[in-house]
Design a binder for this molecule. Structure first.
Ligand SMILES: NC(=O)c1ccc[n+]([C@@H]2O[C@H](COP(=O)([O-])OP(=O)(O)OC[C@H]3O[C@@H](n4cnc5c(N)ncnc54)[C@H](OP(=O)(O)O)[C@@H]3O)[C@@H](O)[C@H]2O)c1
Length: 349
């Protein structure tokens, strides 16, 4: 149970930060995906309002980071802000950025993996071991996995239990992880039963460009974010690490996420907002703040057979909103193993 059962869709990150001021003060926090028009912006503004010791902003566009730093400094002078250039689609950049964070901080209390892309185009790529993947899987999962694993020593060094928060989406319902076809080169339904998208999806979500169904690709990557978080949490508990991991659906918020969609795409996404409820950016960061700082969530034993999945929506734990294909210890473990192979990187966990 989260501390505040009254929190919901209209709760703001500013409000949550004030409620958990004692948990934020003195903490070292790292947040990815920071631009003026993104949820990352309101996430760091809210955290900065409650005196963290260090706040690291990691993202791929320096000019956008500079604007956000200026705004945060103006609103909350005195916070030790740092920027780190991070391109999650480049494993060399991920390694360099993780090294920069490690040079800056002796420990990390909270890591918020907020950065992500949603694109209708394939952005064909390969994993470090040569496995073909699409750009969404590469950026939203492989990059996030490597980045998080490289920061584990700093999370382990935290004096109090530390946390990892993966931003996912209800869009994860659109596709399981396609272990036999990560880049969607086969027909949408030409894969084993448990890798197929659900029957009866609105045709729009099956739309392809050059054979690539972008929404399904996004869905696959967001399913991976949930499986990654639960598998990490399970391994942390098994090993006795004082770290846990949650996944968060932030709601429907007007940001730059749909920047590459056409008009029809934008309108379709708009209809996914429950009862037409578009969140403000401050509301859109609220659930992330709960996952990162609510002390009551320390009691949640995330991961493992029969254990909670640690999925939050509208500031509450909502495992009931998770698709069957994003549950399952076997699937989470399989994704972990194949990801290590694809990255040619074994995680110390
Ligand atoms: N908005 C929604 O309604 C919604 C709904 C469900 C889930 N989400 C999730 O919420 C998170 C934040 O999304 P948002 O809506 O704020 O989207 P956004 O406005 O597009 O922001 C995404 C952020 O991630 C950064 N980013 C993109 N690719 C990156 C890369 N390769 N390496 C490092 N940083 C990168 C972007 O930087 P640049 O601006 O420099 O490109 C930007 O700062 C995402 O994980 C998304 O899946 C959003």
């Amino acid at each position: 149970m989260a501390t505040h059962s009254e929190y919901g869709a209209s709760t703001t990150a500013t409000e949550v930060a004030a409620a958990f001021a004692g948990q934020i003060k003195g903490k070292n926090v790292v947040v990815t995906g920071i631009s003026p028009a993104s949820i990352g912006y309101t996430t760091v503004l809210a955290i900065a309002s409650q005196q963290p010791t260090h706040l690291v902003l990691a993202s791929r566009t320096q000019s956008k980071l500079d604007i956000v730093v200026k705004d945060v400094n103006a609103a909350h002078p005195g916070v030790k802000l740092h920027t780190v250039l991070l391109d999650l689609a480049s494993m060399d950049s991920v390694k360099a950025a993780a090294q920069s964070v490690s040079d800056l901080l002796d420990h990390v209390d909270v890591l918020i993996n907020n950065a992500g892309i949603s694109t209708p185009e394939r952005l064909a790529n390969t994993a470090p071991d040569g496995t073909p993947v699409d750009g969404q899987f590469l950026t939203n999962h492989l990059g996030v996995f490597l980045w998080t694993s490289l920061l584990l020593p700093k999370l382990r060094a935290a004096p109090t239990p530390s946390r990892i928060v993966n931003l996912t989406s209800q869009g994860h319902h659109l596709s399981p992880v396609r272990f036999s076809d990560y880049p969607f080169t086969k027909g949408v339904y030409d894969v084993p039963e448990d890798e197929k998208p659900r029957e009866g999806l609105p045709p729009f979500f099956l739309r392809t460009i050059d054979g690539y169904p972008g929404f399904l690709g996004y869905g696959q990557s967001k399913t991976a974010n949930i499986l990654h978080a639960t598998e990490m949490a399970r391994r942390f508990r098994k090993r006795g690490d004082q770290i846990t991991a949650f996944s968060v659906h932030p709601g429907t918020i007007e940001t730059e996420l749909s920047r590459s969609l056409d008009q029809e795409g934008q309108e379709t996404i708009a209809k996914t907002a429950p009862a037409g409820l578009w969140k403000t950016q401050d509301q859109g960061a609220a659930t992330t703040l709960v996952a990162a700082f609510d002390p009551a969530l320390r009691e949640v034993k995330v991961g493992g057979e029969g254990q909670p999945l640690g999925y939050l929506s509208d500031c509450q734990l909502r495992d009931d909103m998770v698709a069957d294909h994003a549950k399952g210890v076997d699937t989470a473990t399989k994704l972990w193993t194949v990801t290590e192979t694809m990255l040619k990187h074994t995680v110390d966990l």
